[in-house]
Design a protein around this ligand. Structure first.
Ligand code: MGD
Ligand code: MGD
Ligand code: MO
Length: 662
């Protein structure tokens, strides 16, 4: 028996970027533990990744290439050799009338720098395929952060121990980034106060000093009311604003109508609660806002994030350890993806991934070939029925390259088996922790699975699109990525990890500044003002109607990462409803219910939860068809309308009605 420990890193879509120790016995994963290489990991892991071997060796694992032999969606396939499968893919890619008829579909939140935007980008760019706007997550918040601060890195989690006030806003780290939780507990033990702003009384809210249970999509009103209060009550830091900000007067003007009373009407909070929060924020220092992603997934998401990020500037919270905000720190890594792709972006059309259903059904020229990888669109994109109809199109050729038999794979014409991060080399970083890590393969590929980089490079070769000097191997791609920053390359080579240029814990406005042209905060950036449909900071009303009054949110759960690992979550899942909303409809715990709106319906179980704000219902994101009686999920009820910035998704703008069916 041969046993060894491989040091690697988790690339899954999460702020934390855990460092791992994988125990390998006779070439198989025997155990996965957290290590201390990433200090944030602190030796512990989430349940999901500790049990990741069940995904690697599970019965749903894709083991070899296969070609559809039944109807689309039926799930009947016959095995092919890799050679035949890649020949078929190449033949279909070659046969399209124009490059734009090809749509590569990937999001890649759970992929590091080596398994996305390298040889795949090279293939699709050289083919002149349609470009994809990757908007399913973080697009509105990234646009806001870029406009205001140029994606400046935020407060490091370790610095939260210095904070006197921590505001967790639209973020649920107890499931979606668990290593922040012990730091919050320790900060509270040291006297910090905790505020939680969420339509659900999440676990953290239960030990918060203040919990604001607002209506989904109303954060913009709350944030502008706080901005107004700061200006009206002598709590704006004019000295900071004068030295470091543009647009303070204009922001003040736009916030002026947002009295606490008006914000109370929109948010469902009491005016006194809003004022109390504003005063607490004004009076506490250091104060940090942990801004999450739950609040961006609606029509106001971009403006809401911008207004929240404006708060520390208006109130002068920067410049001290533990003061400022944290959103995503992914901007801390300016690696040269284009060098790794070694191909310029073609001037072809761009398709917004939130509108993939629409594109498959109606784009001109039509999409003839869909290539899905690093993504499970049937489970994760809005307007699920439209996506399903698009995937069911008889004249569409769909390749699905994945690790497991996803709901999407069942609609494929050709299925290709992919390795997991334990079977291929990766280079990964989270978007909270500020550490880039090498993630070497721990075990050989399962079945005939192959890494993305190899498969797309092979397709380049078959299509005659390869060029001499194209980086293909791990070392070549890594070298290309870090070419513009040799320090990072040297640190990776020497110790397997590297800090960003801004260091592990940058202090904003002391040792790091906004990455805007003038290094100032732009509180009302012109570009954002132009992009938003009604101007930045304009509130768009709640989409609820008398027919569909309930707001359905679908946040992260502790069982999956988006839809990844969803094959392991068996059994029916329950819609959560506030007891008042349930009783009014005669719904008891364990009843079967129909949840519906004009886009679709979901048949599932129901459960009452007093932790929800009345008028709000919850079904977790990432469910698979096997989790409901109808085979549809929250995404069947989520509109494919777009947020006010970044073309972002509006999952939480779903408005529904519910009835008992048994
Ligand atoms: N276990 C696990 N971890 C994950 C993921 C996962 O699926 N599972 N997903 C990963 C990914 S892809 C991402 S993007 C991150 C996301 O991580 P988070 O930032 O935690 O985002 P969400 O889970 O979408 O929502 C967070 C909270 O926002 C609340 N919320 C919903 N609508 C609103 C609103 O309008 N306003 C406010 N204030 N709150 C609202 C929800 O009730 C939820 O508690 O987590 C990552 N980590
Ligand atoms: N209702 C609702 N839906 C949501 C959200 C929500 O809040 N509500 N949130 C959204 C968010 S935040 C996100 S980030 C998206 C994510 O949505 P997706 O981008 O679809 O992400 P996953 O569901 O994690 O699916 C990733 C797939 O890629 C495969 N994969 C992983 N690594 C590799 C690899 O190296 N090679 C190949 N070929 N395949 C690989 C995995 O097996 C998995 O099936 O979902 C969104 N969907
Ligand atoms: Mo995400």
């Amino acid at each position: 028996m041969e046993s060894r420990i491989v040091e690697t890193a988790c690339p899954l879509d999460c702020p934390d970027a855990c460092s791992l120790e994988v125990q390998v016995v006779d070439g198989r994963v025997a155990g996965i533990e957290g290590s201390h290489r990433n200090p944030l990991t602190a030796g512990f892991l989430c349940h999901k990744v500790r049990h990741f071997a069940e995904h690697v060796y599970g019965p749903e694992r894709l083991l070899y290439p296969a070609r559809r032999s039944g109807r689309k969606g039926e799930g009947r396939f016959e095995r092919l050799s890799w050679d035949a499968a890649l020949d078929l893919a190449a033949e279909k890619l070659r046969a399209v009338p124009t490059g734009e008829a090809i749509l590569p579909l990937s999001y890649g939140g759970s992929n590091g720098f080596l398994t996305q935007d390298t040889t795949d980008a090279r293939l699709f760019r050289r083919l002149g395929a349609s470009n994809l706007a990757r908007t399913v997550c973080a697009a509105p918040s990234a646009a806001a952060a870029l406009g205001l601060y140029g994606k400046m890195p935020g407060v490091a989690f370790a610095d939260y121990l210095h904070s006197r006030l921590i505001v967790v806003w639209g973020h649920n780290p107890s499931v979606s980034g668990i290593h922040l939780v012990p730091l919050l507990q320790e900060a509270q033990r040291r006297g910090a106060r905790l505020v939680v702003i969420d339509p659900r009384r999440i676990q953290l809210a239960k030990r918060a000093d203040l919990y604001l249970g607002l209506r989904p999509g109303s954060d913009l009103a709350l944030a502008l009311a706080v901005v107004r209060w700061l200006f009206e009550n002598g709590a704006a830091d004019w000295e900071f604003l004068g030295a470091h900000a543009e647009g303070a007067e204009e922001l003040r003007r736009r916030a002026a109508p947002w009295t606490p009373e008006r914000a109370a009407e929109v948010t469902g909070l009491a005016a006194a609660e809003i004022e109390g929060f504003a005063r607490l924020y004004a009076e506490s220092s250091p104060a940090v806002i942990r801004c999450g992603w739950g609040l961006e997934r609606n029509r106001n998401g971009g403006s809401a994030t911008a207004a929240i990020l404006a708060l520390p500037a208006v109130a002068g919270k920067f410049g001290v350890r533990g003061g400022g905000y944290t959103l995503s720190n992914s901007g801390a890594w300016a690696l040269d993806g284009d060098a790794a792709a070694a191909a310029p972006v073609p001037p072809t059309r761009t398709i917004n991934m939130n509108r993939v259903g629409q594109a498959l059904l109606a784009a001109e020229p039509p999409v003839d070939l869909l290539f899905v990888y690093n993504c499970n669109p049937l489970a994760t994109l809005p307007n699920q029925e439209r996506v399903r109809r698009g995937l069911a199109r008889q004249d569409l050729f769909t390749v699905v390259f994945d690790q497991v038999w996803t709901d999407t794979a069942r609609y494929a014409d050709l299925v290709l088996p992919a390795t997991t991060f334990l079977e291929h080399d990766e280079l990964s970083r989270g978007y909270g922790a500020m550490l880039l890590q090498r993630g070497p393969a721990a075990v050989p590929p399962v079945g005939e699975a192959r890494p993305n980089a190899e498969v797309f490079a092979d397709l380049c070769r078959r299509l005659g699109l390869e060029q001499s000097g194209d980086p293909v191997a791990t070392e070549e791609m890594t070298a290309a990525l870090v070419r513009s920053n040799p320090r990072i390359g040297a640190e990776l080579a020497a110790q397997g990890s590297a800090l960003p240029d801004s260091g592990a814990a940058p202090l904003a406005f002391v040792d790091s500044f906004p990455r805007t042209r003038d290094r100032k905060v732009h509180l009302v950036p012109e570009a954002l003002d132009r992009e938003t449909p009604h101007g930045l900071y304009t509130f768009q009303e709640d989409p609820a109607t008398p027919r569909f009054p309930l707001a359905l949110v679908s946040p992260a759960s502790n069982r999956t990462i988006s839809s990844t690992l969803g094959e392991l979550r068996r059994g029916p899942v329950a819609l959560e409803l506030h007891p008042d909303d349930a009783v009014r409809r005669g719904i008891a715990d364990g009843d079967r219910v129909r949840v519906w709106n004009e886009l679709g319906e979901v048949l599932c179980l129901a459960r009452q939860s007093a932790d929800l704000t009345p008028g709000v219902a919850m079904l977790p994101k990432g469910l698979w068809s096997h989790n409901t009686f109808s085979g549809t999920t929250a995404n069947a009820l989520a509109p494919d309308t777009l947020a006010d910035l970044g073309g972002g998704a509006c999952f939480n703008d779903a408005r529904v009605e519910v009835e008992r069916i048994s």
